[in-house]
Design a binder for this molecule. Structure first.
Ligand code: ZN
Length: 211
């Protein structure tokens, strides 16, 4: 019964994150049964691919360059939140509790997943933090919004070492409510809000950290 177009669609769907064989086949059957919805989805994906791109300043996904958040006069420019990926920033936006700027790091250091320093947006972070810290009289707050993991710990340490020569910075991280090993995208808005409100200051780097 299944012929090649069907199989090809199911095969492509299976390559998407979170879609297994059964779901891929179920969706393919659904597309055949509701052609209107299937075409609407296909159009939406084409538009998305055509119009959305990473903001050259912060790395969020946007239709404009720079993105709405980077160019908004309403956002607090003395607060820069570092997120692992654009999806985590979306979660924080959804909580409605964050009014600062973002910088997407593009991952966390991980020898297992072969993510090294060069894969992270550290150089762009350095120049941005430098520019923002000069722009404001108040110290620039660098807020780490990473999950609690060993990867996050080493990434935070590396970033702090890289930014060490910049003056007028203060480092904080999300507070209570983020359980160890939980990614931000798994948290509800309420927890994120609480975590943002109760963010904690990080101690200054000691000599042993920088060696
Ligand atoms: Zn931006």
């Amino acid at each position: 019964m299944a012929h090649s177009t069907f199989q090809q669609t199911a095969k492509l769907l299976r390559q998407l994150p979170g879609i297994g064989r059964k779901s891929a086949e179920r969706l393919s059957f659904y597309f055949v049964s509701d052609k209107k919805k299937a075409l609407a989805l296909s159009n939406a994906i084409q538009e998305l691919v055509k119009k959305m791109q990473a903001c050259k300043t912060c790395g969020l996904i946007s239709e404009s360059q720079p993105c709405k958040i980077c160019s908004s006069p309403k956002r607090t420019r003395s607060l820069l939140c570092l997120v692992k990926n654009a999806q985590d920033a979306l979660m924080l936006e959804r909580s409605l509790a964050y009014q600062g700027l973002y910088h997407v790091m593009g991952g966390l250091l991980s020898p297992l997943e072969e993510v090294s320093e060069e894969d992270l947006n550290i150089n762009s972070l350095f120049s941005r933090a430098q520019a923002l810290s000069l722009e404001n009289k108040a110290p620039l707050e660098i807020l780490f919004a990473f999950e609690e993991s060993a990867e996050a710990e080493v990434t935070m340490l590396l970033i702090r070492q890289k930014l060490q020569e910049l003056k007028n910075l203060k480092f904080t991280q999300l507070g209570v409510g983020v359980p160890a090993g939980t990614s931000l995208s798994a948290l509800d808005s309420h927890t994120l809000k609480k975590s943002l409100l109760h963010r904690t200051a990080l101690n200054t780097l000691s000599d042993t950290d920088t060696r």
